[in-house]
Write a protein that binds this ligand. Structure first.
Ligand SMILES: N[C@@H](CCC(=O)N[C@@H](CS)C(=O)NCC(=O)O)C(=O)O
Length: 213
């Protein structure tokens, strides 16, 4: 059955799904959708009622919400490889993903990265008030992550899990900003994890780059 991914080039959530597809060596076709465009096609809103990306179609089955997509793809293409066997580690994976979605994405990506890095690449000014608010909120998120990082090489143990991909995509954007690097450097366990993860082939392969003006 063929897989279609609807995504946006610079979207972290689209990148996460691309990493899962690459990790599982799944081929797919890709359709670009700009979720920030004014009038999204009604046909797209049928797929995603909130007008966001990503969405996947697998045969007649369509799915939105990145975590659901990632876990579905991991499960339908054996062997399952992104979810730890141990219940504690699996719960930790879900906790980290849920935590960064609820408290980290907005300050780390939409405030610090978007304003400091993405806007600069587009030749636009950052709103310093937004960057400062994002920096403060991100500090709390990184402090919380510092307590959750496993002693192993990856976030939930010795093997890579979905949490590494999910947080990795956000961390790659966040640490592209000097404020992000400075914050992460204050947390030794989180820094150790990120130093090992930053050059991971899945992140390298899916790096969207920045707009050229
Ligand atoms: N909870 C959604 C979040 C998806 C999301 O926010 N995607 C961003 C792009 S990274 C988007 O579509 N933003 C459009 C907007 O905020 O209007 C998921 O996990 O898939």
């Amino acid at each position: 059955m063929s897989i279609t991914l609807y995504g946006y080039h610079y979207s972290v959530y689209t990148r996460i799904v691309k990493m899962v597809l690459a990790a599982k060596a799944l081929s797919y076709s890709y359709l670009e959708v700009d979720p920030f465009a004014q009038n999204l096609e009604p046909a797209y809103l049928e797929l995603h009622p909130f007008g966001r990306v990503p969405v996947i179609r697998h045969g007649a089955f369509t799915l939105y919400e990145t975590v659901a997509i990632a876990r579905y793809l991991d499960e339908v293409s054996a062997p399952v490889m992104l979810s730890p066997n141990n219940p504690e580690n699996r719960a930790r994976m879900v906790q980290i993903v849920s935590m960064v979605d609820n408290y980290g994405y907005w300050p780390m990506v939409r405030q610090v990265f978007s304003h400091r890095v993405f806007r600069a690449a587009e030749g636009r000014e950052a709103d310093e008030y937004v960057v400062a608010a994002g920096r403060d909120a991100s500090q709390n998120v990184c402090a919380a992550l510092e307590k959750l990082v496993h002693d192993g090489e990856f976030l939930t143990g010795a093997a890579i899990s979905y949490a590494d991909l999910h947080l990795g995509a956000m961390m790659d954007y966040f640490t592209a900003a000097p404020e992000g690097r400075e914050i992460v450097n204050c947390f030794p366990r989180l820094s150790r994890w990120w130093q090992g993860m930053a050059d991971h082939a899945l992140l390298q392969k899916t790096n969207p780059g920045l707009p050229a003006v």
